[in-house]
Design a protein around this ligand. Sequence first.
Ligand SMILES: [Zn+2]
Length: 117
Amino acid sequence: MFEIRLGDVIDDHCIKCRRITNHSVVSIVDGAAAKVRCRTCYHDHDYRHEQAPPTKKELKKQELFREVLATLSPGAGAEEPNPDLIPAEPTPEPTAEQPQDPPAPEPPKRRTRARNS
Ligand SMILES: [Zn+2]
């Protein structure tokens, strides 16, 4: 059986390099890598099993998707006639299970520029 040891070089996703890079194992828990260090930028982080963490864009997409679901389901809340004018609020509630991620419609890239009067 393959046994991992400290200092072993394994592949993992580096959030700084934003890609799969070589990592050195710096911490082991239960025979599995717990912490690794990127060999490219020397950034320490938890071993991610080569999974990229959700980006801010993806989180935003999920947030928008939940808002769309909320508007679709009856009795989900007050109707908003002008959703474009209402700033999106971050929903801090942690969701244990995420819904499947279907291709959500791209949010309109509209920038509101603050005007100094
Ligand atoms: Zn890196």
